[in-house]
Design a protein around this ligand. Structure first.
Ligand code: FAD
Length: 567
């Protein structure tokens, strides 16, 4: 799509020279225009969000012909993989955050930041309706409208309670830095309350019962951190309370860490049992009151309740209201996340991109395209193709849809690909006819496995870097496209499709032991992986400042233990 749209309204310029225009198209909400720095040649990119995807985009955008405006209610980037460590004071909250202004300060691209939340996207008129934070209103006006030429939506996701009654009112979440700080205070609070002389044993047991709902990586890591905090630090400070402490991990599925290799799952479950963490699998939480959690056993439907002192809810992610609203507008209602194509463009919207946890690459369209590619190749409508033709079609599909290639390589289909690949130049084999439907139905069976990339920082960061890279070479690639031949229309696509590179994942299990699942299904569990975890997480920090702070915090913890002050 051409980049012809001229900039009408421009960004707030460091709070100065801001003009407001109450006008019809924005429904009475003031538009923001700057009377300074108006460069009509610059294309305006608005980025929503300063999480993994948004920050990675900002760090990688290099073309000074863009003017970038960032809108986010959070003026910092948070290194979420270390949030569980913040809950117990292993690292401090400020050590894992970096002000976004620091990250973009030295860039050659004109990047400005506004601390505000976007509450409505109007893609038809290319307008964003924003609301500033409570304490930061603009001359009494909290709302404003921003125009864009390109929109990058990277607002992430929110916690998912599955509408379980009482969860919002009574549970802690572990999604934001503030959540981790709140958990840290509550843990200490529970120990202080349990030390009061007025309590009997039953009360102490209730107060010191920590329940964690969700056996995914976050819930498991928090359980491990809490266990270490209690056994390494708190038992020394609160003598006599250890016998009352109980940590319960509730998981509705059959196993914890079920997205990991079976060896890791088994090791984690056994380690937790040895550590005295009560792992209750097949147990679904159906209600939480201010005193009790009710669970239903998946096997026999039996319902029971248990009292608790603190509950942390960590069961996955849901859709933010702004995304829900936008999806309804563009006919994508009833989805969990915004559907994009493999170039991260939101389907049906010009110049709107979505990445990270709020987006998903639409596989339904992939399957439609694959069917169409086969039909086109099957000129005589016989339902079969020769090996040679098959190979060409598969090469085309794999170039367009990298996840299909990944799937073919990793799963049972690799024999067909090998067969096809091995057949190059072999005339005898090239004449073998292969059934298209058989191949297509095998692919559609695995549709759900190909479907969603995991909602992880790794995916979000890679998408942000990919998109910035595309923006940096937009003009060059208009002239010299690098992507595969377009299926619909003529010519080539400007860019290669987004290709996710999985670098592995960690599951810290406490006691200086970590499970690591690296590419090629290579599994390592134990103390050596813990050192790998330290080095990877230190190297992945977004700045030298946070890197130094995190390493200092780890060292401090080794020497002095964790701080248990309730501040
Ligand atoms: P986020 O990082 O959530 O960022 C969203 C941004 O959008 C935020 O800045 C937010 O303030 C902003 N925003 C929200 N609403 C609006 C709005 N209306 N307008 C404008 N801006 C808005 N992943 C891993 O790969 N490895 C791990 O070890 C790992 N550990 C994790 C541990 C925890 C405790 C958690 C919570 C997550 C962890 N993840 C991990 C997942 C990872 O954090 C997410 O996948 C990643 O943050 C997604 O990036 P994102 O940019 O899409 O969203």
């Amino acid at each position: 799509p051409s980049i012809s749209r001229l900039l009408v309204l421009v960004t707030v310029s460091g709070g100065s020279l801001v003009a407001y225009a109450d006008a019809g198209p924005t429904n009475g909400v003031p538009s923001i225009a700057s009377t300074a720095n108006v460069d009509e040649k610059k294309k305006k990119v608005v980025v929503l969000g300063t999480g993994w995807a948004g920050t990675s985009f900002l760090k990688n955008i290099k073309d000074p012909s863009y003017e970038v405006q960032v809108i986010s209610p959070r003026n910092y980037f948070a290194f979420t993989p270390l949030l569980p460590s913040v809950t117990c004071g292993t690292v401090e909250a400020r050590s894992i955050v970096e002000p976004i202004r620091n990250l973009v300060r030295k860039k050659r691209v004109d990047i400005r930041f506004n601390e505000a939340e976007c509450y409505k996207i109007d893609a038809e008129n290319r307008k964003l309706y924003c609301r500033s934070n409570e304490n930061n209103n603009l001359n009494g006006k909290k709302e404003f409208v921003v125009d864009y030429d390109y929109l990058v939506i990277a607002v992430g996701a929110q916690v998912n309670t599955f509408n379980t009654p009482g969860v919002v009112e009574n549970c802690h979440f572990l999604k934001e830095v503030e959540d981790a700080q709140r958990i840290r205070r509550t843990v200490i609070d529970c120990f202080e309350r349990a030390s009061l002389p007025t309590l009997d044993e039953e009360d102490r047991k209730k107060i010191l019962h920590f329940a964690i709902v969700g056996g995914g990586p976050t819930g498991v890591e928090f359980a491990a951190e809490l266990h270490d905090f209690v056994n390494e630090d708190l038992v020394k400070l609160y003598p006599g309370l250890q016998e009352f402490v109980k940590i319960t991990l509730l998981e509705a599925g059959d196993h914890i860490l079920n997205m990991f290799d079976k060896r890791i799952t088994t090791f984690a479950e056994e380690k937790f049992r040895r550590d005295g963490i009560d792992v209750k699998t097949g147990s679904m939480v159906i209600k939480v009151t201010d005193k009790e959690i009710s669970t239903k056993e998946m096997k026999n439907g039996e319902i029971s309740s248990m009292p608790y002192g603190m509950t942390v809810w960590s069961t996955g992610i849901g859709t933010r209201p702004i995304i829900k609203d936008f999806m309804t507008q563009i006919g994508q209602a009833n989805r969990r996340a915004l559907a994009t194509d493999e170039w991260l463009r939101v389907e049906g919207c010009d110049n709107v991109y979505a990445l990270g946890d709020c987006a998903t690459i639409n596989q339904r369209k992939v399957m439609e395209d694959i069917s169409a590619i086969f039909s086109k190749a099957d000129k005589d409508n016989s339902g079969t193709l020769t090996v040679k033709e098959f190979q060409e079609v598969i090469d085309d599909i794999c170039e367009r849809y990298p996840q299909v290639e990944l799937y073919l390589k990793n799963k049972q289909m690799h024999n067909i690909v090998d067969l096809l690949k091995g057949s190059k130049g072999d005339v005898a084999k090239e004449s073998i006819e292969l059934d298209i439907e058989e191949f297509k139905s095998a692919l559609s069976q695995v549709d759900s496995q190909m479907k969603n990339l995991p909602a992880t920082a790794q995916v979000a960061a890679q998408q942000g870097a990919y998109l910035a890279h595309c923006f940096n070479r937009m003009e060059e690639c208009e002239k010299y496209p690098e992507g595969p031949l377009r299926f619909r229309g003529s010519g080539r696509h400007r860019f290669r499709a987004f290709r996710y590179k999985h670098l592995g994942q960690f599951a810290p299990l406490g006691g200086e032991q970590t499970a690591a699942q690296l590419p090629g299904d290579w599994v390592s569990i134990g103390h050596s992986s813990q050192w790998l975890w330290y080095s990877v997480y230190a190297s992945k920090q977004v700045s030298w400042r946070t890197r130094a702070l995190v390493v200092t915090d780890w060292t401090r913890r080794f020497i002095f233990g964790r701080d248990s002050s309730r501040i």
